[in-house]
Design a protein around this ligand. Sequence first.
Ligand code: FPP
Length: 221
Amino acid sequence: MDGNGRWAKERGLPRSEGHMRGAEAIERIVETAADMGIRYLTLYAFSEENWNRPSEEVSALMLLLRHYLASKREKMVKEGIRFTAIGDISTLSADLQNEIRTTAEATKDCARTTLIVALSYGARQEICRAASKLASDGVRDITPEMFSKALFTAGIPDPDLLIRTSGEYRISNFLLWQLAYAEFYFTNTLWPDFDKIELTKAIDEYQGRERRFGMISEQIK
Ligand code: FPP
């Protein structure tokens, strides 16, 4: 969800204002995704590397997250949005961990769309953690299926489409394992301006792609 800072800067506003507008964009996109029948939506909200940002920005983001979960929980339940978080949640404040647990519990039976928020998330760290877990369980001859089950995303299908906003062309340590066969879509639009029209454009482009999974066209027709 890149571009919050630049969105604010262009308007002479503090970066935190950009994040606030970014959170509003999240609400719109979650609703739109659910209406479109998208079953899983993962948002990269805070990476492990984001801890290195100025402390005021980190605090503002953490506060925004807590506020978002507390204020949108009821709406998520009403709209059938199941909430879950991935990442090293233990590094978050006790208050935020509590909001995460309460929201996950309140929405656990919601079945329209699953909203996965990556918090204090890093894909390399996730992969090392999974490898350590399998090793400490004494597992040998690891298969991709077994490895997938040891990741934070166990039970969640791999993404079909990755969208990156604000003209950046990097993965930035996001879902490195899970994106193996995802389609990538890049847009110059800054995250706070990302809306239903933008999401529809991304989905339309995705639908025009031919996904061959290593095979040839004739095999998948
Ligand atoms: C990237 O833009 C955005 C982030 C690092 C934070 C995204 C998080 C939120 C919007 C908080 C709310 C989240 C939820 C799930 C309620 P940037 O700051 O890197 O922008 P820039 O590249 O323009 O500087």
